[in-house]
Design a protein around this ligand. Structure first.
Ligand code: ADP
Length: 332
């Protein structure tokens, strides 16, 4: 009943980092092809749930778009656009605000993490964010959403909203979207603290590898990454109590399109002193061509703006009729 369609997005709020690349962007590229219509978005409306400097937001939006293209997304094959340019997202989000329940939203762990101790002072937008995310996805009737593991709970909420809408109005209108979480590194961890995810919002730049870091910067961050004194095991069981070691192995595997088992079969027995330079070399080999191309594209502002404007037109052509039908169902 539903056209196989992929939707996902990245916030233009900070530096694109290795977690975004392995958890999301690289997998966006893998899904671009014959099997799916692919729609990828710079989610600027999500970014402003915490304050953003306007000039920087504008620049970061272009930078994420440049990152998408440099990583291999082709604007002729995928729809690339900026969320705020397609008003249907916010229009549908309002309807979903009226479908979602307060209790559902209160269970969202990302809100608790991001709002911190002072939740009373968080924006209403930060709280309502998952309903907008559901609208981002469902205004295209997207069937598949590639994301990192940190987004799992939000995707379950998206499914709950679709099911409740369909039930409340006695229709079979919104698809129950499949999350596509996978690959060897669905959750890339912070390089200095193996219990937290790598994130653009971490104040310390040493905790993450940015897509725009140069070769020396990447090598230095990997050299300084927290590890333990033991040699690497030759099987994944040996990583169970070693989160930092597991993280570096998963990163290596994901960058090299291997499984963690395959990597350990090769590097088992090595010390980190030997493995870290191998990882740094691999990371530079995979990321440097992307960051070079990103830098080139960032010099072509008008071209990026043209791609985003065309993408928004194509996105709207799908979203507008779905919103109209939603209004009809709701009685508006
Ligand atoms: P951030 O968490 O850095 O602000 P976003 O919220 O914009 O990034 O997430 C964009 C995409 O990148 C999402 O699909 C998210 O799941 C993925 N992602 C973000 N951080 C990581 C990570 N550390 N490991 C794997 N995927 C991640």
């Amino acid at each position: 009943k539903f056209t196989p369609r992929v939707f996902s997005g990245i916030q233009p709020s900070g530096n694109l980092h290795l977690g975004n690349y392995l958890g999301a962007l690289k997998r966006f590229v893998d899904m671009q092809g014959e099997d799916f219509e692919t729609i990828y978005c710079m989610v600027d409306l999500h970014a402003i749930t915490v304050w953003q400097d306007p000039a920087r937001l504008r620049e970061k939006t272009r930078e994420v778009c440049a990152g998408f293209i440099a990583a291999g997304l082709d604007p002729e094959k995928s729809i690339l656009f900026n969320q705020s340019q397609v008003a249907e997202h916010t229009q549908l989000a309002w309807i979903f605000n009226c479908i979602a329940r307060m209790g559902w939203m209160q269970r969202m762990t990302q809100f608790k993490d991001k709002a911190g101790k002072n939740a009373q002072n968080a924006s209403l937008g930060l709280f309502a964010y998952p309903a907008l995310m559901a609208a981002d996805i469902l205004t295209y009737h997207a069937t598949h959403v590639p994301v990192g593991e940190d987004q799992k709970q939000h995707l379950e909420l998206t499914r709950d909203i679709a099911i409740k809408f369909n039930h409340d109005y006695g229709v079979d209108f919104f698809p129950v979207t499949e999350p596509v979480i996978g690959g060897p590194a669905p959750r890339v961890m912070n390089l200095r603290d193996g219990s937290r995810k790598m994130s653009s919002s971490d104040p310390s730049d040493m905790t993450r590898i940015n897509m725009t870091d140069d070769a020396d910067g990447i090598a230095k961050k990997i050299r300084k990454a927290k590890t333990d004194p033991d040699a690497l095991p030759s099987e994944t069981d040996g990583l169970s109590e070693r989160p930092e070691a597991r993280n570096l192995i998963n990163i290596y595997a994901a960058l090299n399109d291997q499984t963690a088992e395959q990597v350990l079969a090769e590097v088992g027995g090595k010390q980190f002193g030997e493995f870290k330079p191998m990882l740094a070399e691999l990371a530079v080999a995979k990321l440097a061509p992307i960051s070079t191309e990103m830098a080139r594209l960032m010099g072509e502002e008008a071209e990026i703006d043209r791609i985003l404007a065309r993408g928004a037109e194509k996105a709207r052509a799908i979203a507008a009729p779905i919103l109209q039908q939603t209004y009809d169902i709701v009685g508006m």
